[in-house]
Design a protein around this ligand. Structure first.
Ligand code: SF4
Length: 351
């Protein structure tokens, strides 16, 4: 469905033919709770109301149902926020949330209660307090710029941030997390790419994509602009029911990343964000999919399957494990076909 502008209301979605006119009233209740935005780059990929692209961006009345386990701050950002805009959960790295806006509003977003077009950007005195915190905390080696989507910032603001971080000697790595190169590739301008390289830090971009079809020619050009400028790219995806929870789709997605010089990094188990239970898979299903990838996909294309432990306890890999230790201490290693092999005991492998 080709559109020229971003679709932001149920009426917009109906006019573009993305939803039926009979759905508008019901989806207005969803729109009052969670922001909507479907960029032209994504709306043109939507062929059916239930396809993998539509499911990610088109609101659904199931979002109005919150289950008892779901929470407004599923990964516990607030518990680790010493000053506005900063999340400092791990000793050597901190997040800075520069904007609350995004080019699209993903229906499964773990920060869906905080993001939206009306949210204020981090500016003025609040930005100065965030900068002072990063300056004082000399154990911070890496700053992760996030939001919302930080590629919504102008190139001028990106440059200003990179200059400030460039003055902090202890910060060696700056990582930007974004969906922009995929969902609104025209925003990746030469000025933005130049701004990212200011400040002398190692710059990484964490690129969020969930389905191989998202790699349009325009997206691939935007990604190439970043890669050609010497910016390292890593992937992040969310494992989502009805979008990518099958081995063929996941393998194709990981290959698309690698073909575009994006190193597969994280496959996130979906967080307990409100109104997202229709996207959730089980950990068992996720582990089975990872086992299938291990059997069929280049090592270059293997992401780490991770869970953010609800409540702010951090991110951990959740398998699968290919090792098992029996009660007698014997170690069994399972191969890609599921066959277990006894690994020699420690005494026989050391001189
Ligand atoms: S782009 Fe990221 S922050 Fe924005 S809605 Fe999607 S997942 Fe959430």
């Amino acid at each position: 469905m080709t559109t020229r502008t971003t679709l932001r209301t149920p009426a917009d979605l109906a006019s573009a033919g993305v939803i039926g006119p009979d759905q508008v009233v019901a989806l207005e209740a969803v729109a009052r709770r969670y922001a909507i935005a479907v960029t032209p780059a994504m709306s043109k990929l939507i062929r059916r109301p239930d396809d993998a692209i539509a499911r990610q961006f088109v609101p659904d009345v199931r979002e109005l149902a919150t289950t008892p386990d779901e929470r407004t701050d599923p990964i516990g950002d607030a518990a680790h926020s010493p000053v506005e805009g900063i999340v400092h959960r791990y000793p050597d790295r901190a997040l800075i949330k520069m904007v609350h806006a995004c080019p699209v509003y993903c229906r499964f977003c773990f920060r869906r209660e905080m993001v939206g077009p009306g949210g204020a950007a981090l500016t003025g005195a609040a930005l100065e307090r965030a900068m002072a915190y990063l300056q004082d905390q000399t154990g911070i080696w890496e700053v992760i710029v996030t939001g919302g989507d930080p590629f919504m910032l102008t190139a001028r603001r990106v440059e200003a941030l990179m200059r400030r971080l460039g003055e902090m000697a202890h910060i060696r790595v700056v990582r930007w997390h974004t969906r922009v190169p995929i969902v609104d590739p025209a925003r990746v301008s030469p000025a933005l790419v130049r701004a990212l390289r200011i400040g002398g830090k190692a710059v990484y971009v964490g690129l969020h994509a969930n389905h191989p079809e998202e790699f349009t020619p325009e997206a691939e050009t935007a990604i190439a602009m970043l890669a050609d400028a010497g910016i390292a790219l890593v992937s992040q995806s969310v494992l989502l029911k009805g979008v990518n929870n099958d081995a063929v789709t996941l393998a194709a997605l990981m290959r698309r990343f690698v073909e575009n010089r994006v190193q597969p990094y994280y496959l996130h188990h979906p967080d307990l964000a409100p109104g997202t239970s229709h996207f959730r898979v089980t950990l068992d299903e996720g582990q089975a999919l990872m086992t299938a990838l291990r059997g069929h996909l280049s090592g270059l294309a293997q992401p780490t399957y991770v869970l953010d432990i609800p409540g702010g306890h951090g991110k951990v890999p959740v398998g699968p494990s290919f090792l098992a230790t029996a009660s007698d201490g014997a170690v069994h290693v399972t191969d890609r076909k599921g066959v277990a092999h006894l690994y020699p005991p420690k005494d026989s492998t050391t001189p």
